[in-house]
Write a protein that binds this ligand. Structure first.
Ligand code: XIL
Length: 334
């Protein structure tokens, strides 16, 4: 049987990619791969607060608008990422605010301005990204990370219940958008998984608008299948939309500087992709299948090597944009 021509042709749910608008504009192979295979776009970086609102009062929408223009012309969905994120990449001016009312107002203004700008053009928003602490499973309260870099201390400055309020602001800004909470490590961190599920129960009780959950799924070839299946199952059980929002599967879990890629590693990666896609399709009811988004297009532009300071090949296309065994794994999982 001939393989379907593209990922989106083969898939009954949207297949997305995290996209860099500059590569989209300048690199014809990158662009062709995206346009052929994607049904959904997420901006890898250009819709983050650090990019849109680096300086207080100044909003830069050009790169995001370009991506949205391409999406609209090509009939692709846009999933927006992200309104609120605590990391050191948060706008410097925002990280400096230590007064609770002032920070709350800044976030509210940000969400209102940006949400209104993209209203009607994006299907959905990641409203809050990575709110829970890996160790405690509680709302993050740190103001510096382990490298001494300043964080946006949302929990510490505006209080532990801030997530709910951000969802209310987002709903007010764009009542038609589907609102997601996005988190990582749900496959391996039981405390954080529990925290997200408790938050959803609480939101439902208080009628806080939330429509979906994003499982980032930055995993590797050794991530236990049982953890992957458990996270997908628990998310599906909430009845909300489920988005595998940032999928990549590293082949170098030891994060060594050099790695020779072997057929054996590529085969393990094939198996893991197949398992993730198949588990998603098998477990998540069709009406809750928001889709699977790949975090990057080819191994030439994955964020993983920069993040781990190691060699890796985590995506479906190799650095020449040729399909890998991982690509077959995605298709075979469908
Ligand atoms: C990453 C991008 O891929 C990098 O280019 C950037 O330098 C840092 O952010 N979780 C998220 C994404 O929610 O926004 C991150 O994206 C990867 C981890």
């Amino acid at each position: 049987v001939a393989k379907p021509a593209t990922l989106q042709d083969a898939s009954s749910f949207p297949v997305g990619f995290a996209i860099d608008p500059t590569a989209m504009k300048d690199n014809a192979t990158y662009q062709k791969t995206v346009l052929d295979h994607a049904g959904s776009f997420t901006a890898e970086n250009v819709m983050k607060p650090s990019r849109i609102n680096a300086q207080k009062g100044v909003f830069s929408f050009d790169k995001a608008d370009y991506l949205i223009d391409v999406a609209q012309a090509q009939g692709k969905r846009v999933h927006a990422h992200t309104f609120v994120w605590y990391t050191n990449t948060a706008p410097a001016w925002m990280k400096q605010i230590k007064d609770s009312t002032e920070l709350e107002t800044a976030l509210k203004t940000y969400i209102q301005t940006v949400g209104t700008h993209f209203k009607g053009k994006v299907a959905s928003w990641d409203v809050v990204n990575e709110a829970f602490d890996n160790t405690t499973g509680e709302i993050r309260m740190a103001s510096v990370d382990d490298k001494g870099q300043t964080l946006l201390n949302l929990g510490g400055v505006i209080g532990k219940d801030y997530v709910a309020r951000m969802f209310q602001y987002a709903h007010h800004a764009d009542p038609g958008a589907l609102l997601f909470y996005n988190e990582y490590g749900q496959e391996t961190n039981a405390k954080k998984l529990d925290a997200v599920l408790k938050m959803v129960t609480d939101f439902k009780k208080r009628s806080i608008p939330i429509h979906g959950l994003g499982l980032q799924m930055h995993i590797n070839i050794n991530t236990p299948n049982v953890g992957i299946e458990n996270a997908i199952q628990k998310y599906a059980d909430t009845g909300l939309m489920v988005h595998i929002s940032e999928l990549d599967i590293a082949v170098n879990p030891a994060k060594t500087k050099d790695l020779t890629i072997t057929a054996e590693l590529l085969e393990k990666q094939y198996e893991k992709y197949k398992f993730v896609v198949n588990t998603y399709k098998r477990i998540v009811p069709v009406k809750q299948q928001f889709g699977i988004t790949m975090w990057g297009v080819s191994d030439a532009n994955s964020w993983i090597p920069g993040f781990c300071s190691c060699t890796d090949f985590p995506l479906l296309f190799d650095s020449q944009y040729k399909t890998k065994r991982a690509y077959d794994g995605f298709l075979d999982g469908l």
